[in-house]
Each structure stands twice: as structure tokens, then as C-alpha cells.
Design a protein around this ligand. Sequence first.
Ligand SMILES: NC(=O)c1ccc[n+]([C@@H]2O[C@H](COP(=O)([O-])OP(=O)(O)OC[C@H]3O[C@@H](n4cnc5c(N)ncnc54)[C@H](OP(=O)(O)O)[C@@H]3O)[C@@H](O)[C@H]2O)c1
Length: 215
Amino acid sequence: MAPFNSRPQRRPYVVAHTAVALDGATTGFAPDTERFYALAATWREDITLAGADTILAQEKALASAPRPGPAADGPLLAVVDARRRIRQWDALREVGHWSGVIALYAESTPARPPGSSVPELVTGTDRVDLAEAIDTLGRNEGAEVVRVDSGGSLTGALLSAGLLDEVSLLVHPCLAGATGGHQWYGSASHSAHTLELIANETFDDGLVWLRYRVA
Ligand SMILES: NC(=O)c1ccc[n+]([C@@H]2O[C@H](COP(=O)([O-])OP(=O)(O)OC[C@H]3O[C@@H](n4cnc5c(N)ncnc54)[C@H](OP(=O)(O)O)[C@@H]3O)[C@@H](O)[C@H]2O)c1
């Protein structure tokens, strides 16, 4: 009989919640952020998993944002950052959304400055091993739910690797067209997965919320 502590642990439930235009773009239009974050609270995630580019896009706003300090009951922010491009860890920790931060690095990640106090998890060689990172976060942090914050690149990588359980799209009644350079599915293959509709809701302002289970 296997010893009690060697039981396989269930991987956390992973959901990517994204604001999109009708053409699937995640940029190049003005999302309803109030509605977006209100709906994001649905999952009460233990970990917010963000791509480095998503965080870098908020750098300017973050620099001048109030810093009330870590949110004791908030999720942990984990940022995929194999190239170590993120610098504003203190601001992220103190902006009041998250209880703490953790950098997800790879073996190839440039050396950290001496005395760096940023908690880190190293997986993968050239890039972060997303499966191992999620498994380890689930085990080490006791995380059951991970919400992905991505403009498409990270979501696509997770989708391709079979690591997404749910896709949530808040569809805006507009087209981003040429101004939207990112699609919510990144470079994921069009035929790799079946998406099963599990919920939908229409709001007065023309927004439609679609939730799909990834089969
Ligand atoms: N509409 C929305 O809901 C929404 C949400 C978030 C962001 N955005 C917007 O989207 C833009 C950023 O999105 P993005 O698509 O450029 O980037 P992203 O989703 O932030 O993802 C980039 C990150 O994914 C990692 N990654 C990609 N493929 C990987 C793989 N196969 N294995 C391991 N790691 C992988 C990259 O790793 P490396 O570090 O190795 O490069 C990088 O850290 C910004 O303009 C932001 O404002 C929109």
C-alpha cells in the first residue's frame, strides 16, 4: 500500500478569464474593467497566474498606484517571467490585490541581484515548465484554483499543453481590428481542444459572458 503522503495530489483548477472584442482580440479596445473584475471574483482564486507581458503593460499605472500593503485574504500573484523582465515586485506585493508574490523562473533566467527578496520557483530549462509550476504551486501553497491573467500568449501555451480547465470570455460588442494585436488563444492550435459551453449570460450593455469547459 502506498504511504499516505505519496497519494497523487489533484492539480489546481485552472481558468483563464479574458476580456475580448468580437474578433477575439484582447487589446485594441476599451474593456469594461469594472465588470471584468466583478466577474473574476467568481472563482475566488488562490493564485493569480499572470504572464510577464501582462504585468509589464501595467507598469506605468502600478508605479503611481496607492500601496495599502498586501491583502491578507487575497490570492498569491505568480508571474511567469523566464527572462526576468519584471522589476516592480515591491509595488505588486503592496498594491492591495494580492497576499504576496512569487516569480516563476527557468534555469536560463538571468541571475538575480544579490539579496533579492522575491520568492521564486524555478522550473524548466529555457522557459518556465508550466505544468510543473502549477503542480508545485498547488502542492506548496495548497492552491485549489488558479486564475490566469493573460492577453493570449500564456493562455495559448496553457491550452496547448492541456493545462486549462475553463475558458471564460467577457465578449465586448466591438471589433478591435488592426489595433488588436493579441488573440485570447495566443498561438494555440485551432483543432486541439473541444470547448463545451457551461454557462452564458447577457448584460444590458451588450456584454456577453461565455464560460467553456475545456474537454
Ligand atoms: N483583455 C484582457 O483580458 C487582457 C488580460 C491580460 C492582458 N491583456 C493585455 O495583453 C497583453 C499581454 O499579453 P501577451 O499575450 O503579450 O502576454 P502574456 O499573456 O502576458 O504572456 C506572456 C508570458 O507567457 C509566457 N509564455 C508564453 N508561452 C509560453 C510557453 N510555451 N511556456 C512557458 N511560458 C510561456 C512568456 O514567457 P517568457 O517569459 O519566457 O517570455 C511570458 O512571460 C498586454 O497588452 C495586456 O494589456 C489583456
